[in-house]
Structures are given as structure tokens and as C-alpha cells.
Design a protein around this ligand. Structure first.
Ligand code: NAP
Ligand code: ZN
Length: 347
């Protein structure tokens, strides 16, 4: 077993604290990664606090993982010790169902092994995430990271990056499109950068007036304070696409109204509380409301290579492990610029 220092949640109500974790010995198709950095995603908070349903405690969150390969099993072909590697939200899947064969492992119909609060393919061994010093993972679920990139700023691409890249790509966002991004947090700030890189005109919708300057620095063309209903009037029927990254319950109606006819709003923000949708907001103009979950293995590597090519990285605040709980509180308040990343040397 590989002993790993970590931080874990022990119950929904208590702060995370230091934890010693035993990782499995590497199998022939596994690599061992010494983690350098791990981002803090709002999903970590939803899970640590049991907001999405029961969490198996102790739970080590973290699915925005980058580090250095320190060992590789006999059958590993793509990595060798010394290489950089990343791990995102998935660590395994059945590999044989239709979505897996199409490299949409995030929709595996038999058993998705999420990086934490899930089980390995044996159905019993708990998975534990990246708030730790090491992770052991099948090479198929590890990503190649180019040498020389700013590693801490790459970590959040593994979730915030792919979650926003995938729907923008699927909906073929390109020059000439007007894209709305709702919520300027970890996902939202990457949505702005990626949509701009794809050529779109980007409007940020935010509840935080103080984020306007940052939004523009990140590349947004327009900023709309979403707490003022009168700001939506002039936007009716103007947007080709809306990507909603908000982590809490809110009204979708003003964004659906802002879409052009037949245009699509994609939910990636995963509030634990249900929102109501008034039928007329979809009926009028044949609007579409859909969702998107991270991305598959192939698409995640494609996103990383795209970001390396275009030098698109996350804006981060690097913190020691001892500040994880404070970072959770600040993230919940929307006070994050724009992703907290844990320095794994501090566990
Ligand atoms: P985050 O950094 O906390 O950003 C969320 C942003 O939403 C906040 O910064 C804030 O932006 C806005 N917001 C928060 N509370 C709000 C409220 N009550 N009303 C309106 N706006 C509010 O979170 P994140 O890490 O980007 O994650 C966002 C959501 O996506 C979470 O629910 C997470 O679980 C989910 N997620 C989904 C996937 C997927 O595959 N679908 C993957 C990763 C994460 P402003 O200050 O600009 O208003
Ligand atoms: Zn995430």
C-alpha cells in the first residue's frame, strides 16, 4: 500500500481535517502520481457537505489533480516516471458499454467510478480524491500534461476546463456567436476564456457588481448585473447560447428569454435544489434547455492540448492545506478569484 497524507471530510457539518490514506499498490495498468496541486471545485463542497445525497465518510474530495508520475505498472505505455500527469473527475468505467466505447465514460451505463465518493469497478472499494499527496490510477484515466506549463494553473482545467469546453464545443460555438455565461466562479471564468478563444462575443451575468472589471479582464465583452431585472429587457432574443454555471437555486427564465429562437441554454451548475421552469419560457421561440457533465477521456485530453496550444490557464489563488475550510467558506460566498488550488506540499 502507498501511504498518502490527505485532508478529508468526516461529516456534513464539520470542517475537513488531516487524514492518512492508504492507496492501492499499482496494478500493471496503473500509474502512481505524486500530486503537486489540486483545485477546489464547488462539487467538492456539495459532496463534503452531503448536499447531493449521502456521502461516504471519510471523504477525500478533489478532482482537479496534477503531479508527477513516480511509478508505472508493467503494462503502462503512455507514461514513465518523471512525466507530468493529470486526473479529473473519473478514475474508471466499465469500458464496454456504448458510451464507454464512444469515449463518453462520464455516461458509462454500468458503473462510473468517480474520483471520490464513489467506488472502484469492484463495487466496494471507496475512491478518494486529490486533496492528498499521491493517487494511483489506471493510465487510461490519466492525462498528458506538457512540460513547462504553469502547473498550478493547469489543475482546474481537469474539471472547470472540461466542463465548460465540452458544451461550447458540442454546440459549435464560433466567431459571430453571442454567448452568455451565468455566474463568474471557477467554471464561469473558464467559460469566458474558452468562449472568447473560440471567437464568441461573451456576456457575463453575475450577482456580484465587484466582478465587472475582472470579467472584462478575463475577456468578457459585456457584463450584466443579474440582480436587477430591468437589465434583462434589452437582451430579449439576443443570445445564441447560454452556459449556466451557478451553484445555487436561481430562476432560469430571464436567460431563456434572452436566447434567440431555437437557441440553447446548457446547465452545468448543479444546485442541489430544484428550480421551476415555466413552460412558456421554452414554448415561445422553441428554446432548448439541456445539461452537460464534464467530458470523456478523449475530449479531456483534447481540451488540455487546446489550452496548452492557446496558453489558456486558470486564474487561481494558491493555498496551503490548512486553508481548505476557509476557501470553502469564501467559495460559497462567491469570493474566489477564480479558483482555489491547494499546494500538495503542505499536507
Ligand atoms: P463557484 O466557483 O462557487 O462559482 C459559482 C458562481 O455562481 C459564484 O461565483 C457566483 O457567481 C454564482 N452564484 C453562487 N450562488 C448564487 C446564487 N444564489 N444565485 C446566483 N448566482 C450564484 O463554483 P464552480 O466550482 O464554478 O461550480 C459551479 C457549479 O457547477 C457547482 O454547482 C458545481 O457542483 C457544478 N459543477 C458541475 C459540473 C458538471 O459536469 N456539470 C462540473 C463541475 C462543477 P457571481 O458572483 O458571478 O454571481
Ligand atoms: Zn469539479
Amino acid at each position: 500500500m502507498i501511504s498518502s497524507k490527505a485532508y478529508a471530510a468526516f461529516s456534513a457539518a464539520k470542517p475537513l481535517r488531516s487524514f492518512r490514506l492508504e492507496r492501492r499498490d499499482p496494478r500493471p495498468d496503473d500509474i502512481v502520481i505524486e500530486i503537486a496541486y489540486c483545485g477546489i471545485c464547488h462539487s467538492d463542497i456539495h459532496t463534503a457537505r452531503g448536499e447531493w445525497g449521502p456521502t461516504a465518510y471519510p471523504c477525500v474530495p478533489g478532482h482537479e489533480i496534477v503531479g508527477t508520475v513516480v511509478a508505472a505498472g508493467k503494462k503502462v505505455r503512455g507514461f514513465k516516471p518523471g512525466d507530468l500527469a493529470g486526473v479529473g473527475c473519473l478514475v474508471d468505467s466499465c469500458g464496454t458499454c456504448k458510451p464507454c466505447r464512444a469515449s463518453e465514460e462520464q455516461f458509462c451505463q454500468k458503473h462510473i467510478s468517480f474520483t471520490y465518493n464513489s467506488t472502484e469497478q469492484d463495487g466496494t472499494t471507496p475512491t478518494q480524491g486529490g486533496y492528498s499527496t499521491h493517487i494511483v490510477v489506471r493510465e487510461k484515466f490519466a492525462f498528458r500534461i506538457k512540460k513547462g506549463v504553469p502547473l498550478a494553473r493547469v489543475a482546474p482545467l481537469l474539471c472547470a476546463g472540461i466542463t465548460t469546453y465540452s458544451p461550447l464545443k458540442r454546440h459549435k460555438i464560433a466567431k459571430g456567436h453571442r454567448v452568455g455565461v451565468v455566474g463568474l466562479g471557477g467554471l464561469g471564468h473558464m467559460a469566458v476564456k474558452l468562449a472568447r478563444a473560440m471567437g464568441a462575443h461573451v456576456t457575463v451575468f453575475s450577482t456580484s457588481p465587484g466582478k465587472e472589471r475582472d470579467a472584462r479582464k478575463l475577456g468578457a465583452n459585456d457584463f450584466v448585473l443579474s440582480t436587477k431585472p430591468e437589465n434583462f429587457g434589452p437582451l430579449a432574443n439576443t443570445l445564441d447560447f447560454v452556459l449556466d454555471t451557478v451553484s445555487a437555486k436561481h430562476d432560469f427564465t430571464p436567460y431563456l428569454m434572452a436566447l434567440k429562437n431555437d437557441a440553447t441554454m446548457v446547465l452545468v451548475g448543479a444546485s442541489p435544489d430544484a428550480s421551476e421552469v415555466i413552460a412558456s419560457s421554452l414554448i415561445m421561440g422553441r428554446k432548448r434547455l439541456t445539461g452537460s457533465l464534464i467530458g470523456g477521456v478523449k475530449e479531456t485530453q483534447e481540451m488540455l492540448d487546446y489550452c496548452f496550444r492557446k496558453k489558456i490557464y486558470c486564474d487561481i489563488e494558491l493555498i496551503p492545506a490548512a486553508k481548505i475550510n476557509e476557501a470553502y467558506e469564501r467559495t460559497i460566498k462567491g469570493d474566489v478569484k477564480y479558483r482555489f488550488v491547494i499546494d500538495a506540499a503542505t499536507f
